[in-house]
Design a protein around this ligand. Structure first.
Ligand code: X2X
Length: 336
């Protein structure tokens, strides 16, 4: 490095901080916000969230800069929920079932075999059932955007034995997300569920802490769970989706037009993500088969009957209360 005259060094050293104090660079945003999720970077959830952030930055003329932290970069779901509540995080997508550790009603869409297809899911979650859950979320200091993001209908995978009938689940060490409903459901089916955050799932399966797990096919593919699992049973035992949550105080403190812009773009991306998953669902089975996953057809009504026999529906109807259960049944038909 050439030696600079002493005066030039001094001038450089003093000029920089002064400049930084006096002016904000033209590109610095007025609102820098953090959005986090648990999904791999290539999952449509992360892809569409990045697109929403880009559109929001552009449409706000650079005022709002949403920085995306996908793939558990900021910690597990449990960690991120705490960060969202404290305001360290501004936005976070979380499964309603896991959110139920804070908002009990939020797991209601995960009741076993409640939804027969996607039309029924979106009609309920974009309609009365979703509105009810959003109201409950709001009471706990969080704001949920109108449109949920799809995770999917969940299927059971295993590294040890194929699960064909409820009896095969007896004593089966299955990883479930951290949520009372998940634990209750797999206990009712006779399995031995272990609660583990998604950030630890791959290694839990690899080291055989759990024999199996359950997730939508798209995630089994994208998170490469097929590398550490052998069988996949098409139980479609529940539908699971993500709420786009905001810290309520933080969101309400943004200018109203910025709140509207953010909500509009996040909801738009949610609808696109739903389409992405629908497209993936068309090809994912063949792809997973080609990667060595063995598919198992199951007698779904037998699993539902086992839940009923175990008193699962009666128990959860009591937990949610008549109002919530009534809304669910008005969307999906009688469950118990
Ligand atoms: O933890 C899971 O299994 C996942 C990724 O599906 C959820 O977020 C519920």
């Amino acid at each position: 490095m050439p030696r600079l005259p002493r005066r030039a060094v001094l001038a450089g050293a003093t000029a920089l901080p002064l400049f930084a104090i006096r002016t904000r660079p033209a590109h610095a945003a007025e609102f820098t916000l953090k959005l986090a999720n648990n999904s791999p970077v290539t999952h449509p959830q992360s892809v569409r969230q990045q697109e929403a952030a880009d559109r929001i930055r552009k449409a706000s003329g650079g005022r709002v800069d949403i920085q995306l932290f996908p793939n558990n970069q900021l910690g597990s779901d449990t960690d991120m929920l705490s960060q969202l509540r404290s305001g360290a995080l501004d936005f976070f997508t979380l499964s309603g079932l896991i959110l139920s550790t804070l908002v009990p009603a939020a797991s209601i869409n995960g009741i076993g075999f409640a939804f027969k297809d996607y039309d029924t899911v979106w009609k309920a979650m974009d309609g009365k059932l979703g509105a009810y859950v959003r109201g409950e979320i709001d009471k706990r200091g969080l704001t949920a955007m109108d449109k949920m993001w799809d995770n999917g209908f969940r299927q059971i995978t295993s590294s040890t034995r194929p699960i064909k009938a409820p009896a095969d689940l007896k004593g089966f060490k299955i990883r479930v997300p951290v949520s009372p409903l998940w634990t209750s459901m797999f206990q009712a089916l006779g399995a031995a569920p272990v609660s583990i955050n998604f950030s630890e799932v791959y290694s839990a399966l690899q080291t055989k802490i759990a024999e199996g797990q359950e997730n939508p096919l798209s995630l089994i593919q994208i998170a490469k769970l097929y590398e550490v699992q052998k069988y996949c049973s098409m139980t479609s035992h529940m539908w699971d989706g993500f709420w786009m949550l905001a810290n309520k105080r933080g969101f309400a403190s943004l200018p109203p037009d910025m709140q509207t812009l953010i909500a509009t773009e996040l909801n738009k991306s949610a609808l696109q993500e739903r389409e992405d998953i629908a497209k993936l669902n068309g090809s994912v089975t063949e792809d997973l088969k080609s990667k060595g996953l063995e598919f198992v057809e199951v007698d779904k009504p037998a699993f539902r009957d086992a839940l009923k026999q175990a008193g699962f529906y009666a128990e959860w109807k009591k937990k949610y209360g008549d109002e919530a259960w009534g809304i669910l049944e008005s969307e999906v038909g009688t469950l118990s």
